[in-house]
Write a protein that binds this ligand. Structure first.
Ligand code: AMP
Ligand code: MG
Length: 356
C-alpha cells in the first residue's frame, strides 16, 4: 500500500483544508494516522467494523486489546454510550478536550471489535487542533489506538509513525510534536468511586480535586498484570518497549548511578553497546565513566515531570536508532504525571527491575 504523508503547518491560513482528503479516506473505511496532544493515533471509522479490523492488522495488535473512540463534539456521545454515569458531566466539563479517556457502558452502535467484547466503551475528546478538525470534518467517531506497531514505544513524532506503519496505512499526517508525550489517563466511571485503569496525561491529584477520592487499579503500581483479569485489558501486555533490552534501577541516586556504571563497564567489556537513561539531576554522575560505545540521554529534570513525560518515548526510540543493545535506566520517581512515566518504563522493562 502506498502511504501518503501530509505535513500540516498550522501557521498557514486555512490549514485545515489540507485535512479534506484524510477526512474522505476515513469516511470510506481507510486508515489515517494523525497527531493528538498525547501521542499520534491510528484512526478509522469507529462504526465500520471492517475499517476497525484493519487497525488491528496494521499494528499487529492483539484482538483482546480494546480501542479508544475519539469524538470532537459532546453531542456525539449519546449515540455511543448506554448511559451517562454520574461523574461524567463534571469530568467532561473539566478535562475535555484533553488527555482523559472515560469508560462508559456501551451502546449497540459500537461494534464489539472495538471493545474486545466488553460491554463498556472508552471515549475521549482530544485537544490537538489537527485531531479535532479531522474528526469534525469526517463527521464520524474515530477509533484510534497509538500509531505504533503493537508493543513498541508510542509515537510522539510523525517520523516514529513512518518507521512503524509506512506501507500499512493510507495517510500519515505530520503535525509536529505530540505535546504531552504519553497516552491519556483511562478512568472507569461506572463504579460509584471512579478507578484509574491507566495513568496518563491527567493526574490522580487533578481527578481527586474534582471527585474526592479516586481509586487506582493495583496493576498500575506493581508494574505487572493483576492476578485477576485486568479491567483495562491492554495493560496486561508488555508495552512501549524499545528493541534494546531495558533494565531499570531503583534506589538512592548515588547507589543507582554506581550500579549502572558498574554494569555498563561489564557490558562494554563484552562488546555490547550500552545506553544510559538519566535525568538532569543525575547525569553528571555518569559522565566520568562514559565510553565510546555508550550513550547517555537525559529525560529532563525530575522537578518537571511533564518534561520527563514528553521525552520518554522519543528517548527510547533514539536508543534504537543508535543501535544500543542494552538500556540501563533510572526510575525517575516524581509527582503528578511522573507516576505515568514510571508506569510506562516498568511496562517497557517487562519486570526487569533491579533494587540497589
Ligand atoms: P491505546 O489505544 O494503545 O492507547 O490503548 C488503549 C487502552 O485503553 C487499551 O489498551 C485499554 O487498556 C484501554 N481501554 C480501551 N477500551 C477500554 C474499555 N472498554 N475498558 C477498559 N479499558 C479500555
Ligand atoms: Mg498503545
Amino acid at each position: 500500500m502506498h502511504t501518503e504523508i501530509i505535513k500540516i503547518d498550522m501557521a498557514v491560513p486555512d490549514w485545515d483544508k489540507q485535512l479534506d482528503k484524510a477526512a474522505e479516506v476515513l469516511k470510506s473505511g481507510g486508515l489515517v494516522a494523525f497527531p493528538t496532544e498525547t501521542v499520534y493515533g491510528l484512526g478509522a471509522n469507529a462504526l465500520d467494523e471492517k475499517a476497525v479490523k484493519s487497525i488491528y492488522k496494521a499494528k499487529g495488535r492483539p484482538s483482546d486489546n480494546p480501542l479508544i473512540v475519539h469524538i470532537s463534539d459532546i453531542n456525539a456521545l449519546e449515540a455511543l454510550v448506554g448511559s451517562i454515569p454520574a461523574a461524567a458531566p463534571r469530568l467532561m466539563k473539566a478535562f475535555w478536550p484533553g488527555p482523559l479517556t472515560l469508560v462508559f457502558p456501551k451502546s449497540d452502535k459500537i461494534p464489539s471489535i472495538i471493545t474486545a467484547g466488553l460491554d463498556t466503551v472508552a471515549i475521549r475528546m482530544p485537544s490537538h487542533p489537527i485531531a479535532l478538525a479531522l474528526i469534525r470534518k469526517a463527521g464520524i467517531p474515530i477509533a484510534a489506538p497509538s500509531a505504533n506497531s503493537s508493543g513498541r514505544p508510542s509515537p510522539t513524532l510523525a517520523k516514529h509513525v513512518i518507521e512503524d506503519l509506512a506501507g500499512k496505512v493510507d495517510i500519515i499526517i505530520d503535525g509536529g510534536n505530540s505535546m504531552v508525550g504519553l497516552e491519556s489517563t483511562v478512568l472507569d466511571i461506572i463504579p460509584a468511586q471512579p478507578v484509574i485503569l491507566r495513568p496518563g496525561g491527567v493526574t490522580q491529584e487533578q481527578l481527586r480535586q474534582l471527585l474526592g477520592d479516586v481509586g487506582m487499579d493495583p496493576a498500575i503500581t506493581n508494574g505487572q498484570s493483576s492476578a485477576s483479569a485486568p479491567r483495562s485489558p491492554g495493560m496486561k501486555y508488555r508495552h512501549y518497549a524499545p528493541k534494546a533490552a531495558l533494565l531499570l534501577f531503583q534506589g538512592g541516586n548515588d547507589s543507582v548511578a554506581a550500579e549502572i556504571c558498574r554494569r555498563a563497564a561489564l557490558y562494554i567489556n563484552e562488546g555490547t553497546s550500552v545506553g544510559i537513561l538519566a535525568t538532569d539531576e543525575t547525569k553528571a554522575l555518569y559522565e566520568p565513566s562514559m565510553h565510546l560505545s555508550s550513550r547517555m540521554l537525559s529525560l529532563g529534570s525530575r522537578l518537571k515531570p511533564e518534561i520527563l513525560a514528553s521525552n520518554l518515548f522519543r528517548c527510547l526510540r533514539e536508543f534504537d536508532e543508535k543501535a544500543v543493545e542494552v538500556i540501563l535506566a533510572e526510575i525517575p520517581e516524581s509527582d503528578g504525571i511522573g507516576l505515568a512515566v514510571v508506569n510506562r518504563l516498568m511496562k517497557a522493562a517487562g519486570g526487569n527491575i533491579i533494587k540497589v
